[in-house]
Design a protein around this ligand. Structure first.
Ligand code: ADP
Length: 489
């Protein structure tokens, strides 16, 4: 069994992994950048070591420095969390070379799944339905034009080595193709280091439905049901839930079986997610996310299975803690990603210092957070503050509970998107479960709803004595965040 784990990540996910370590009696080691010296995860760990300056390229993405810290501190495993190096095959093979267990799939599987076009090809070999599209990258304009003609417009251009929705470009007509291709390739080149893009049919109003799978080294593969992640902004998820309102138990069993076959086909080991787009009753493979995902807690809430502990068990060579027939989906869970961003100002990031903090509590509430009173949300990384997850006996109770939790949540000092989540929890279409990936773009009334809700009732934030947002400080933090994101692109 693994004895000591270095967590090569930050924020809420670092705390999440350390919680599993603590429950399992495993020592945890944090590595932190200068911007995170006083962050919650550095205090939570049994040991903490500086890794480098704030810039991720010199800290959380610095493979040799991380491996060095793992060796110095006597760790026998590294958990990469999500983002940063989580799906980087070079990092996994560096761990393999050093005899440190990488808590995730092998470098071979990461390499295969990281190349989205190769993953599509592999899934087709396994007989899994993929989104209609090309099985190779477009070499240039002429080839792109031919592929697009064959598939039919609208199409979507996607970086083959991409993630986070970055660089994905929708093209409605042939006239727009040349410029869109140039644009997508340029973004792919600067962000992912490879200009390759491939073409898929752009499905109209699909739902994003993904299956959580667990696979051990003995060849056992199970699924833990689905998560519906259709509430997205610019292809980035904001609200996730389990189960989805559209899956019958037959369809769940069918898609779940296909997801486990997909994992089995590539000899996957660890926790992973098989993502599908669901449109007009049909589902299509989108990609495999070879890591623990941000939204894993909704699955944990409805199944009672601790996914991070399962990851650690699998990496230790142990068999899965349960069989498929033991997995029961009970009730309904919803997660809201609480970000430091201003929903009334185009969701601009608003990092800064937390000044007043009281997370919600009571029945059915879980808060996975990386902050505490007077801690800082640095401008250098993703502006996520926490994840608020609720469980209810059914979806209605989960929605009512989420409304109540959002009313209770006090985060002072920085602006957050709580108001946005409150508006969605009151939205008729959301309540009916009538979702698709363009929900936010098409529900234009959400902005007015937010203003109406803000003016309607006091929340605990307004009632409790906590300092209000310091406008000057927020403006300075926003400028810093914008300067940083411009640098990054
Ligand atoms: P990334 O890895 O960059 O997050 P994904 O392939 O997982 O990209 O897609 C992210 C989101 O983009 C999907 O959930 C969906 O909303 C949208 N999307 C991706 N491909 C298509 C498609 N072919 N048609 C319609 N929407 C798509």
């Amino acid at each position: 069994m693994i004895k000591k784990i270095l967590i090569a990540n930050r924020g809420e996910i670092a705390v999440r992994v350390m919680r599993a370590c603590r429950e399992m009696g495993i020592a945890s080691v944090a590595v932190f950048s200068d911007a995170d010296k006083d962050a919650l995860f550095t205090k939570y760990a049994d040991e903490s070591h500086r890794i480098g300056p704030a810039a991720a390229s010199q800290s959380y993405l610095n493979i040799s420095a991380i491996i060095e810290r793992a060796r110095q501190s006597g760790c026998d495993a590294i958990h990469p969390g999500y983002g940063f190096l989580a799906e980087n095959p070079e990092f996994a093979s560096a761990c393999e070379r050093e005899g440190i267990r990488f808590i995730g799939p092998s470098s071979r599987v990461l390499r295969l799944m990281g190349d989205k076009v190769a993953a599509r090809r592999e899934m087709q070999k396994a007989g899994i339905p993929v989104v209609p599209g090309a099985n190779e990258c477009a070499a240039g304009y002429e080839q792109a034009r031919e592929i697009a003609l064959e598939i039919g417009y609208p199409i979507i251009l996607k970086p083959s080595g991409g993630g986070g929705g970055i660089g994905m470009t929708i093209v409605e007509t042939e006239e727009a193709l040349a410029q869109a291709l140039e644009h997508a390739q340029a973004i792919a080149g600067t962000t992912f280091g490879i200009r390759d893009v491939y073409i898929e049919k752009y499905l109209s109003n699909p739902r994003h439905i993904e299956f959580q799978v667990l696979a051990d080294s003995k060849g056992n593969v199970i699924h833990l049901g689905e998560r519906e992640c259709s509430i997205q902004r610019r292809h980035q998820k904001l609200i996730e839930e389990s189960p989805s309102t559209v899956l019958t138990s037959e369809l769940r069993a069918k898609m779940g079986r296909i997801a486990t076959e997909a994992a089995g086909w590539v000899k996957y080991e660890g926790a992973g997610t098989v993502e599908f787009l669901f449109s007009e009753g049909e589902f299509y493979f989108l990609e495999v996310n070879a890591r623990v995902q941000v939204e894993h807690p909704v699955t944990e809430m409805v199944t009672g299975i601790d996914i991070v502990k399962e990851q650690i068990r699998i990496a230790s060579g142990l068999p899965l803690g349960c069989r498929q027939e033991d997995v029961l989906i009970c009730g309904s869970a919803i997660e809201c990603r609480i970000n430091a961003e201003d929903p009334l100002n185009d969701f601009v990031p608003t990092p800064g210092k937390i000044n007043g903090h009281r997370p919600p509590g009571g029945a059915g509430i879980r808060v996975d957070s990386g902050i505490y009173e007077s801690s800082t949300i640095p401008p250098f990384y993703d502006p996520m503050i926490s994840k608020l997850i609720v469980w209810g006996r059914d979806r209605n109770e989960a929605i009512e509970r989420m409304r109540r939790a959002l009313f209770e949540y006090v985060i002072g000092g920085v602006k957050s998107n709580i108001l946005f989540h409150r508006a969605v929890m009151e939205n008729e279409r959301f309540i009916k479960g009538d979702l698709d990936t363009l929900f936010i773009e098409s529900e234009t009334a959400l902005i007015d709803d937010m203003k109406r809700i803000a003016g309607r009732e006091e929340t605990l934030q307004q009632k409790l004595p906590c300092r209000s947002v310091d406008k000057k400080k927020v403006a300075a933090a926003v400028a810093a965040a914008l300067a940083y994101s411009r640098e990054k692109v």
